[in-house]
Ligand binder design. Sequence first.
Ligand SMILES: NC(=O)c1ccc[n+]([C@@H]2O[C@H](COP(=O)([O-])OP(=O)(O)OC[C@H]3O[C@@H](n4cnc5c(N)ncnc54)[C@H](OP(=O)(O)O)[C@@H]3O)[C@@H](O)[C@H]2O)c1
Length: 234
Amino acid sequence: MRPYVICHMCTSLDGRILGNRWGKLPGYKHESELFETTAASFGIGAWLVGTTTMDEFDGPKRPLPRAPRNFKRGDYIARPDAKTLGIGADAKGVLRFQTDEVGGDHVVLLVTERVSNDYLAHLQAAGVSYLFCGKKEIDLHTALRKLAKGFKLRKLMLQGGGKFNGAMLKAGLVDEISHITVPVVDGGVGVTGMFDIPGPPPRRAAATLRLMSQRVLRGGAIWARYRVVVRHTR
Ligand SMILES: NC(=O)c1ccc[n+]([C@@H]2O[C@H](COP(=O)([O-])OP(=O)(O)OC[C@H]3O[C@@H](n4cnc5c(N)ncnc54)[C@H](OP(=O)(O)O)[C@@H]3O)[C@@H](O)[C@H]2O)c1
């Protein structure tokens, strides 16, 4: 069993995702207002992001104190009853937390065997939960299975960035896409896109979608929801 995954993103007309390049959007105080209000309307209390995106919410990068000698490695669920979750990938143990919450959501990290005991002890001291999901790389199937079991998670919002979305799509783990197009053209070649899958471009697109609904929002943003109907293997 794994949670149903909805990828929710705001992009420029040309599919690029770095909102700090867009200037002020008409009708909104900040691009995050558009993103957050539309995301909240799903009523799904769990979001999942890649390391670079989670790095925007974590604490200062301080040296780690030593873990106790007898420190035991293994999955750690600090708050199994947490109502809302902020989940981040951290295969190498680079993030730092002072509390167990981001914006009121309990932090859960997906880690690998590469992370040190010092790092895990630091997470425990902050009250952050973590799940081991692979040796060197995060196995995304394992991650979703463990999240479903450990937190009784049935639905999940995948919220970027482009590399992590791309990996989830490639793994066949995106069920739906909630896409807000803001009335901006970025135009920057190489600027991060909504689904960035590394390697040479394949001969055909990564997925075929079916439009479920479409709405025009304040300021001329367009909100479209799609079901992923065919995932092309690469
Ligand atoms: N417009 C929007 O709606 C929106 C939403 C979210 C984010 N963003 C923006 O997106 C930007 C970040 O995007 P990004 O693509 O550079 O980074 P990202 O997707 O947030 O994070 C990518 C990193 O996650 C780590 N990772 C761990 N396990 C992975 C796995 N199985 N597959 C893929 N990556 C894995 C990798 O780092 P290691 O190799 O070091 O482990 C990888 O480099 C930020 O500027 C953020 O503000 C925009």
